[in-house]
Design a protein around this ligand. Structure first.
Ligand code: IPE
Ligand code: IPE
Ligand code: MG
Length: 242
């Protein structure tokens, strides 16, 4: 881990579960289970070293197009994670991170209702500012998020609370699921793909990218460190001249 220059907000696209399973002759569901273990490992490590914001891409708005059996298996894993969080409530208080879910989680959406209700309950719990905020993106799409922010602004303008000509970037920021959090500094995508796949489009405007061929279930603390080292060595200019 670098001595200085840690990112404040890291986004991780947890990709490669299916290929990991295939390599081992296992079902894709087994790959997703191993992916959850990698999530827990990296989450714990990143919180320990003091990364204040982590956002993990778990299920995109486009992932509903997968075979129903796979979608069901992933939803079952979410239920299991929620059970786990509830069961370990006392322990969670001691932990250095707090989990929240982001995405299009409105009532009546595609997320099964029992899961939606539990996610909403978790959101209602008080934020703990001293802890790492771990956001898990479920039914998440970057374009959909920007549309969500635009609708909020349209309502404010229609209600006369905002003037269209006076709108500014902050008004869009305020309508994002990540409102109040810093912009992304670093995006990590394992599995060999080099694309965003609709992840945090607005927030990644000046993010640094780190790609690797490792499949997500194989991702270790040392890989996270390698990404942090690379990030610390980058020269971020934000459009300016040195
Ligand atoms: C990421 O792994 C998990 C989700 C998108 C839910 P994949 O399931 O996309 O794994 P590959 O890309 O097929 O290997
Ligand atoms: C991105 O992975 C979504 C998540 C990791 C949740 P995908 O596997 O869905 O992305 P594509 O289809 O390769 O772009
Ligand atoms: Mg994939």
């Amino acid at each position: 881990m670098p001595q200085s220059g840690l990112p404040k907000h890291v986004g991780i696209i947890m990709d490669g579960n299916g290929r990991w399973a295939k390599q081992r002759g296992l079902s894709r569901t087994e790959g997703h289970k191993a992916g959850v273990e990698a999530f827990e490992r990296i989450c714990e490590y990143a919180a320990d070293i003091g990364i204040p914001h982590l956002t993990f891409y778990a299920f995109s708005t486009e992932n509903w197009q997968r075979p129903q059996a796979e979608v069901d298996a992933i939803m079952a894993l979410f239920r299991r994670q929620l059970d786990d969080i509830e069961r370990r409530k006392g322990e969670n208080e001691q932990k250095r991170w707090r989990i929240r879910y982001i995405g299009d989680l409105d009532d009546g959406g595609p997320v099964p209702r029992d899961i939606f209700l539990r996610l909403r309950d978790m959101e209602a719990q008080a934020a703990d500012k001293d802890k790492t905020i771990v956001s898990i993106a479920v039914n998440y799409g970057g374009r959909q998020e920007i549309l969500h922010a635009a609708k909020r602004i349209a309502r404010l303008v229609a209600a006369g609370e905002k003037q269209a000509d006076a709108l500014c970037l902050q008004d869009i920021e305020d309508g994002l699921y990540t409102a109040g959090q810093p912009a992304l500094d670093l995006i990590i995508r394992p599995s060999g793909e080099q694309r965003l796949s609709n992840f945090l489009l607005w927030q990644s405007a000046y993010a640094e990218f780190w790609f690797s061929d490792i499949l997500w279930p194989d991702f270790r603390e040392t890989d996270f460190d390698a990404a942090l080292e690379a990030f610390a060595a980058r020269n971020r200019r934000f459009g300016r001249v040195e």
